[in-house]
Design a protein around this ligand. Structure first.
Ligand SMILES: Nc1ncnc2c1ncn2[C@@H]1O[C@H](COP(=O)(O)OP(=O)(O)OP(=O)(O)O)[C@@H](O)[C@H]1O
Ligand SMILES: [Mg+2]
Length: 301
């Protein structure tokens, strides 16, 4: 159940429809058989939300790791950080003064250690934003089921808990800020390509997350779906429809094509993604196009 504030601000729970249920059930089959799953797809199709939702279904502790270009073995495995100082002063016999000092470096475990030891569900979100070298650690973890421990001076390893599961998410290689993933890692994963959800799902998400009425949600989805057809079919993303729906609901803006406030809201949310898919078009043309699509049904009448 959503609480009222979730509905108002457009956050809140995952909405599961037949579209997502199909992916969830396949993913659970693969994970339960011991294979890592990888969701790949354009921004905003729901990869991270889906991974979190599936992880919660498994009713185990969840560890989320977020990929970024500075992530290293130190973050995943651990590192020395600071020192612990122990001092013993012995002055029991007042003419004898003895002082012993011990300084030891302190080892802090990385994010993967507890997860591997205790069998958490790990979500490695946006893993291709980390350097491929940082992801090498997963090769032995996924194949030999051991986590090699470098850097603590012992060169040991941790055996992977049998319940350990991992879900990866990533944007396709061509996205800015991502690195090409080594084939050996991809070869160990079952990759599911996520596309934009279907119309019914998008309407349901708007309805449940923002409290917008079904026919209003339909209108927002109609507009954004039409605009997607000018590009690759993914942009503007689900985030854009949620933004329009959440703001309109919160500010009591009528979802009516001729409403000036509604038009302004759609412009503000949609000009940026439309410029992304039509980079050669000047802003004035983009505005005209969005307005044409907002009013499309009116024109037909
Ligand atoms: N099934 C769903 N139910 C409710 N909300 C959803 C659902 N799927 C996605 N969303 C919402 O859509 C938005 C985008 O989803 P999410 O962040 O999971 O996308 P993503 O594919 O991980 O994007 P990115 O590649 O940019 O990280 C979020 O606001 C999320 O809450
Ligand atoms: Mg994400």
């Amino acid at each position: 159940m959503l609480n009222p504030s979730d509905k108002q601000n457009g956050t809140g729970e995952f909405v599961s429809t037949p579209f997502f249920e199909n992916i969830i059930s396949r993913t659970l089959h693969y994970l339960r058989a011991g294979f890592p799953v990888h969701f790949v797809g354009p921004t905003g199709v729901g990869k991270s939300s889906l991974a979190l939702y599936i992880a919660k279904q498994l009713k185990r502790k969840v560890t989320v790791i977020r990929g970024h270009h500075e992530l290293s073995n130190k973050d995943l495995l651990g590192q020395y950080s600071g020192v612990r100082k122990k001092e013993i002063i012995d002055n029991y016999i007042h003419t004898v003064f003895k002082k012993e000092q011990e300084i030891k470096p302190v080892w802090i475990d990385g994010q993967l250690i507890e997860a591997v030891k205790n069998g958490h569900v790990v979500i490695y979100d946006e893993f291709s934003r980390s350097l491929p070298e940082a992801n090498n650690i997963f090769l032995s973890l996924l194949e030999e089921k051991v986590l090699p421990l470098y850097g603590n001076g012992k060169n040991s390893f941790i055996k992977c808990h049998p319940d350990f599961l991992i879900i990866f998410t990533s944007n396709p290689d061509e996205y800015a800020g991502t690195f090409h993933t080594q084939d050996a890692l991809l070869d160990r994963l079952i990759t599911i390509h996520l596309d934009s959800c279907d119309r019914e799902t998008e309407i349901e998400i708007l309805n449940q997350k923002t409290g917008l009425k079904k026919h209003e949600a339909e209108e927002v989805v109609r507009l954004v779906t039409n605009l997607r057809s000018y590009g690759n079919g993914f942009c503007p993303s689900l985030r854009a429809t949620i933004m329009i729906a959440a703001v309109a609901k919160k500010s009591n803006i009528e979802i009516t094509p001729t409403d000036i406030q509604y038009q302004a809201l759609c412009m503000d949310v949609l000009i940026r993604p439309m410029t992304q898919i039509l980079p050669k078009q000047p802003p004035v043309k983009i505005r005209e196009l969005i307005l044409k699509e907002i009013l499309r049904r009116e024109e037909k009448k």
